[in-house]
Write a protein that binds this ligand. Sequence first.
Ligand SMILES: [Zn+2]
Length: 245
Amino acid sequence: MTPIDAGGRPPRRTRPPGARRALGAALAVLVAAGVPASATTAARPFGLPFAQPPGPGTWYVAQPYGNTVYAYFERNTLYGAGQGLHMGLDLAAACGTPVVAVGDGTVLSVDGRGGSPPHNLMIDHHNGMVSFYGHLRERPALAVGQYVRRGEPVALSGDMYGTCQASPHLHLEIRDRSLNRVFNPVALIDADWHGLLLLGAAPPAFERDLDAPRRWQAIDDQPDITLGGRLLNAFEHAWPAGGRP
Ligand SMILES: [Zn+2]
């Protein structure tokens, strides 16, 4: 509630004398560090899909987006349509963990295309991007066209096998409006991703192209995907080698 003074007008906001100087100093530090004041929100417009803080008992990164060893091994099967890469970010979470919208938008589909059974959800954010939530526990109680706000609970996380014991996690994707281009969510969600990796059971395993050994080896250095495009990880000299031909 806003306090109203005797004249019926809201009181003028006053700032302690040092506050403006302190704000200026903080901005100066950011500028000196090469960070424009608006850079993080402009470059990474979305928030995390869970309201709970990360932790071993809540949620953590299980499989990054992109050139993972698992995706490489399944490049000709499960991940073939996505250029051999993992098209989303897997966040381990107990079945029934509330999932929140990563940004304002309208519901584009409920149990529509995109797979990731048993249930899925797409939200159009009207900035050229769509978020996709897969392996949901139950069909989200939302109508297509319904407006949702960033941080609003929209679904419950589940398990791809439906048992809640095999591999409970949320599969999160960010696509363009055509749904044919897929982006690394890490590049678009404002979070301390390198810090988050410390919570996982093991460091993320990326497949290595021995002809370009530093390429696509970090959670925030992964290529965009065009559905139906050629395999990006058909490396001539790969490590570890293997997988189904
Ligand atoms: Zn996944």
